[in-house]
Design a protein. Sequence first.
Length: 75
Amino acid sequence: MKKLLLAFLFLGTFISAQTHRFVYEFQFKEDATSSNSRKEPMVLDVNQDDVKFYPYIYVETDSLNKKNTGNKNLM
């Protein structure tokens, strides 16, 4: 029993397939001469293999597509 428990703990340390998701507000100016700035929610996903940076609207759209399984909306 102890060997089985150790095997699962040992295996768990090598299998780390979790995505870390950071949601934050990105503020930017469209034109360097204007004083108006825009704010947009953005997402940063960090995996073991890659990093993805995209607008939050993609997360919302993906969630809706998963909810409505027959819907094939693509942006």
